[in-house]
Ligand binder design. Structure first.
Ligand code: ADE
Ligand code: ZN
Length: 351
């Protein structure tokens, strides 16, 4: 697969933890600005520490990294840096997670986090032409009562927060633990998503769809172990927000050549490609697309399907989805007879 085709492809990201886009360079800058001590001497030393055996290994470093985020401007800078990176990769729409409990537990105000992120999202739309939605995640290793408290804090801001999600340590923390808080969020008109089947068993995916009634599954890899579950996900067209480089880095797959994405597409699952925590896992959207395109020998048609799945699985309005589908079709037509489209195929940032 030609890299230039992937670079020019209009893409939508649906699984991105904004705290996971904190590059070591910005971590150092913010540590200095806020006079926070970090246990690393150099950027190279930080990158060397990013060697994980499983999800928990990563989460321990991820929560430590967040400590440098203190002021509204820090959240703005973090979000704007991500938007600039992905706008340059032809990402036209992004749905971003944030973990308020990772900040409020350190004494940072909920509003400080929310205002910094949303101000950048607004500027990103105006200046870079990238549209976005914000999704607030509950940390599943904490009790449901903490999630309920967080939801209460968020309810005055449902104009800024579009949905809720569930992340952090999966094993031992099934979706059913959060039945009440998801029910309440739905009552307030919020969309629902949850990480399930990343490390946890297929039963957690069943619970995500049947007990907490999510609109999308984040990851969902282990769904493939249960034929009945696959049938149900295909029938309901439940989107899976798959994260190839994350799966590789967290040892969910041993080799990118063994990644289940192609199998998911063959089974008719609505799979999408996303970056999860790009600063920690070695790549943003283009790098994830390139890794699986080459590792799994994906065709242009496969990549078009993935991009179309993401547009359809997004929380955009019908009219906005139509506009992006048209843009995708125009790109496919434009590159149809070009075996090597090279960098000359570059879409304008604005939709
Ligand atoms: N928080 C950030 N990245 C995560 C992931 N891949 N799984 C669960 N929680 C996360
Ligand atoms: Zn994730």
């Amino acid at each position: 697969m030609d890299d230039a085709f992937i670079e020019g492809l209009p893409k939508v990201e649906l699984h991105l933890h904004i705290e996971g886009s904190l590059e070591p360079e910005l971590m150092f800058k913010l540590a200095q600005r806020n006079k926070i001590k970090i246990p690393f001497k150099s950027v190279a030393e930080v990158r060397k520490a990013y060697n994980f055996s499983n999800l928990q290994d990563f989460l321990d470093i991820y929560y430590q990294g967040m400590n440098v985020l203190q002021k509204e401007q820090d959240y703005y800078d973090l979000t704007m840096a991500y938007l600039k990176r992905v706008a340059a990769q032809n990402v036209v729409h992004t749905e971003i997670f944030f973990d308020p409990q990772g900040h409020t537990s350190r004494g940072v105000k909920f509003e400080t986090v929310l205002n910094g992120i949303t101000r950048a999202l607004e500027d990103g739309e105006k200046e870079l032409g990238i549209s976005s939605k914000l999704i607030m995640c509950f940390l599943r290793h904490l009790p449901e009562k903490d999630a309920l408290k967080t939801l209460k804090e968020a309810l005055p801001y449902t104009d800024k927060i579009y949905g809720v999600g569930l992340d952090s340590s999966e094993k031992g923390h099934p979706p059913s633990k959060f039945r009440k808080v998801f029910k309440k969020a739905k009552k307030h008109g919020l969309k629902l998503v949850a990480h399930a089947g990343e490390e946890g068993p297929p039963e957690y995916v069943w619970e995500a769809i049947d007990t907490i009634n999510v609109n999308r599954i984040d990851h969902g890899n282990r769904s493939l172990e249960d034929k009945k579950l696959v049938k149900r996900l295909v029938k309901d067209e439940t989107p899976l927000t798959v994260c190839p480089l994350s799966n590789l880095k967290l040892c969910v797959v041993k080799d990118i050549k063994l990644h289940p994405l192609k199998k998911m597409l063959e089974l008719g699952l609505k799979a999408t490609i996303n970056s999860d925590d790009p600063a920690y896992f070695g790549g943003y959207m283009n790098e994830n697309f390139k890794a699986v395109a080459s590792g799994l020998k994906l065709s242009k048609k496969d990549l078009e399907t993935i991009s179309r799945n993401s547009i359809e699985a997004s929380f955009l309005k019908k009219k906005e989805k139509k506009k992006l589908l048209k843009k995708l079709k125009a790109y496919m037509d434009q590159t149809a007879n070009d075996p090597a489209p090279k960098a000359k195929v570059k879409l304008k940032a604005k939709a």
